[in-house]
Design a protein around this ligand. Structure first.
Ligand code: PLP
Length: 389
């Protein structure tokens, strides 16, 4: 069987690879603290699970329209209108199995071979992988610690060429926990208008925000017409395994993305969509409690990391990741992540697996209990001390 050449352009995700290695160590009897996987450790709120079970029992087990059931598209349009302060009609919403397909579909629908797509580095690995897969050229923009992991607008401007077609932004950001400030978004919006760029705004962590409120680039004048907002239920409602997300985009693009859905998934699972309706219409207390817990964990983890000689850590402003600088240990990111997994039983991700500008850092997901975070800190601290002996 000959595999198509295009497959050489797709990349995997280190998080899933490290999880396999960590599980193999556990099978040998080791006790591992899991800080590698980016998913809330909370259960999906009960009223959401109950809505899915009720949907199953009343027979919501058939195909739905490719773009999603009307009730969910309406609920999403309402929610995004309210939270982003922009008018959204249900016809601009496409429901997908998780938020990730929106990256896939937006790139297939918008990027031609030879086009350039600018994306954050470090950043979610799927961006570069899918840009290449679509035949376009990935152009990384560095996010630097000294700048709070926000992109530098002057640098962004210098990367734009006549071939630049699309810009991907992600705030709050995976893997750094950094957020773009309103003035950053205003400057990026101006560049997008000036150079006629489309924007894929990955807002999957929009509800997990610690200081102030999330602002979408789509709320700047003229931007909604050129922006795809990616959001979903995985992170905000602890629903990673349900596979439920969505894109909000101009109507014309929504029609094309819907065609991609028809030709790939047909539709998102019907009873899962009813769970989404309940998530948006029902009480938001569980969601708020999760953010409160994440803030407490962030503070414990960052304070602890700052105590370890050779490490320093910027305070994340959103999402549930810390991205400490480990250069003071003298190890590369990968060597450090391997060392703490093997020697300390703590699973983390090398910053370099998020792009070249992630070298010198590791990513820790603090979607774990305070007790486990303290245990991980003790173990990492002891392992780093052994390095210096
Ligand atoms: N975008 C970013 C930045 C993410 O970190 C993730 C998940 O880790 C996704 C999108 C995809 O989310 P989903 O699980 O809903 O497909």
């Amino acid at each position: 069987m000959k595999i198509a050449d295009r497959m050489t352009r797709l990349r995997g995700e280190t998080a899933f690879e490290v999880l396999v290695r960590a599980r193999a160590l556990e099978a040998q009897g080791r006790e591992i603290v899991h800080l590698e996987i980016g998913e809330p450790d909370f259960a999906t709120p009960e009223h959401i699970t109950a809505a899915a079970m009720a949907a199953l029992q009343r027979g919501e087990t058939h195909y739905s329209p490719s773009a999603g059931i009307p009730a969910l598209r309406e609920a999403i349009a309402e929610e995004v209108s309210r939270s982003r302060g922009i008018p959204v009609s249900p016809s601009q919403v496409v429901v997908t199995p998780g938020g990730k397909p929106i990256i896939f579909y937006s790139l297939l629908a918008l990027a031609e071979p030879g086009d350039e797509v600018i994306y954050p580095d470090p950043g979610f690995p799927t961006y570069a992988s899918m840009i290449s897969f679509a035949g376009a050229r990935p152009v990384p923009i560095a996010l630097r610690e000294a700048n709070g992991f926000r992109l530098d607008v002057a640098e962004l401007k210098s990367l734009i060429t006549p071939r630049t077609r699309l810009l991907i932004i992600n705030s709050p950001h995976n893997p750094t926990g950094g957020v773009l400030l309103p003035e950053d978004l205003a400057a990026i919006a101006e560049l997008a208008l000036e150079h006629d760029l489309a924007v894929l705004s990955d807002e999957i962590y929009s509800r997990i925000y610690y200081e102030g409120e999330h602002r979408s680039i789509a709320s700047f004048p003229g931007l909604q017409e050129r922006t795809v907002i990616l959001d979903g239920f995985s992170k905000s409602y602890a629903m990673t395994g349900w596979r439920l997300g969505y894109g909000v985009m101009p109507r014309l693009l929504a029609a094309h993305v819907t065609l991609l859905m028809t030709n790939s998934n047909s539709c998102t699972a019907s009873f899962t969509q009813w769970a989404g309706v309940e998530a948006l219409h029902g009480p938001q207390t569980a969601c708020d409690q999760m953010v409160t817990a994440f803030r407490e964990r962030r503070d414990v983890l960052v304070a602890g990391l700052r105590q370890i000689p050779g490490l320093r850590c910027t305070l994340p402003q959103g999402a549930f990741y810390a991205f400490p600088n480990i250069q003071g240990t003298g190890l590369s990111s990968k060597a450090f992540a391997d060392y703490v997994l093997e020697e300390a039983g703590v699973a983390t991700l090398s910053g370099a697996s998020f792009g070249a500008h992630g070298e010198g850092y590791i990513r820790l997901s603090y979607a774990n209990t305070v007790d486990h975070l303290r245990l991980a800190l003790d173990r990492i601290g002891a392992a780093v001390a052994r390095l210096n002996r």
